[in-house]
Write a protein that binds this ligand. Structure first.
Ligand code: ATP
Length: 319
């Protein structure tokens, strides 16, 4: 009988609970024992873990956040920290570990694998910034949260004939801005992957105003720059009545969408199947609607191609 450990690490994402549930339930179904490790690698080093059963994961599939809590842990980045972690894993008879998180958490899982401890990664991050997978767990829910906010801001923006800048998450990856901007009908989408200039943004406001449009939504990914500064620059050039909304942490929470719940469930089951097959040092993802798995080093070395086609299409649709 295998004993599997599971933890969530890095920024939390809606759907992490559905992934935990899938790992715990499928592992128990296949006759394994499961330990839930609290607060990511930090809880592992501090021996904060407990055995999970079928009901430990009852009533969580619809909940945002993570019942195992999450954290960032500098100590785990050191060799000494990881040695303590492996000692704890061995003390509890844990044979292998499922890590749900982003690229940083995967680097941690890779380091464990290099120490001879088998680990599997599941992509739990709202940013969709992992190149090897089409979607990460949490991304779809966050897009839906953003378009809900865009819709509400659009209502008031239309009543008052205002320009609105909405800043969304995404430090290096503009996927949230791009897809939420497209789905929310934004006039301008500004992402870290594509250079922009304020003149183009102002010219567009001018053009759309001339054809009778009295309000406008600009979506800005946080990695590009400060939304307030951009707002001031636009007001200085156009004299627009402009407001800035920084969506912030509302984007991290909320009940996961059906898409994220299903994705997380499928990925969680695949992780357990891989471990039962004796495979480790792998990450689970999805490509072209199929669940895939891949060597963790290969996955981490991939660079992400920005979806320029969709970006250009969104521009056409917002003329
Ligand atoms: P998000 O995408 O939400 O930021 P993440 O998993 O990338 O999630 P990080 O803060 O980068 O978040 O990483 C989470 C934790 O993983 C770190 O606090 C650290 O404990 C561990 N970790 C990150 N990088 C490494 C590394 N190079 N070696 C060992 N452990 C690491």
């Amino acid at each position: 009988m295998k004993t599997i450990g599971i933890l969530t690490s890095g920024g939390d994402a809606p759907g992490m609970n559905a992934a935990i549930r899938a790992v715990v339930r499928s592992a128990i179904y296949y006759g394994c024992k499961v330990y839930g490790i609290n607060r990511g690698y930090k809880g592992l080093i501090e021996e904060d873990l407990e055995e999970m059963n079928l009901s430990s994961v009852g009533d969580i599939i619809h909940r945002g956040g993570t019942i195992l809590k999450s954290s960032r842990c500098e100590e785990f980045k050191t060799e000494e920290g990881r040695k303590v972690a492996v000692k704890v894993l061995k003390k509890y008879g844990i044979d292998c570990l499922v890590v749900i998180g982003g690229d940083g958490s995967f680097n941690g899982a890779l380091k464990l694998t290099e120490l001879g401890f088998p680990a599997i990664g599941l992509p739990g991050t709202i940013d969709n910034d992992l190149a090897y997978t089409d979607y990460t767990i949490g991304f779809d829910t966050t897009i839906n949260t953003i378009i809900d906010a865009i819709g509400k801001i659009r209502d008031t923006s239309s009543s008052h004939e205002r320009v609105n800048i909405i800043e969304v998450m995404g430090r290096h990856c503009g996927d949230l801005a791009l897809y939420a901007g497209l789905a929310g009908g934004a006039e301008t989408i500004i992402v870290p992957e594509i250079n922009y200039n304020v003149d183009d943004v102002c010219n567009k406001l001018d053009t759309t105003k001339k054809r009778g449009k009295r309000h406008s939504i600009i979506i800005l990914a946080e990695g590009v720059g400060n939304a307030q500064d951009l707002g001031k620059e636009i007001v200085a050039r156009t004299n627009a009545d402009l407001r800035v909304t920084i969506l912030g942490h509302v984007q991290r929470g909320g009940s996961p969408t059906a898409f994220d719940r299903i994705l997380a469930s499928k990925m969680g089951v695949r992780a357990v199947e891989l471990l039962l097959d004796g495979k480790a040092g792998r990450v689970v993802g999805t490509r072209a609607n199929e669940i895939i798995d891949m060597d963790i080093t290969e996955a981490l070395s991939m660079t992400r191609d920005f979806d320029k086609e969709t970006y250009e299409m969104a521009k056409i649709l917002s003329i």
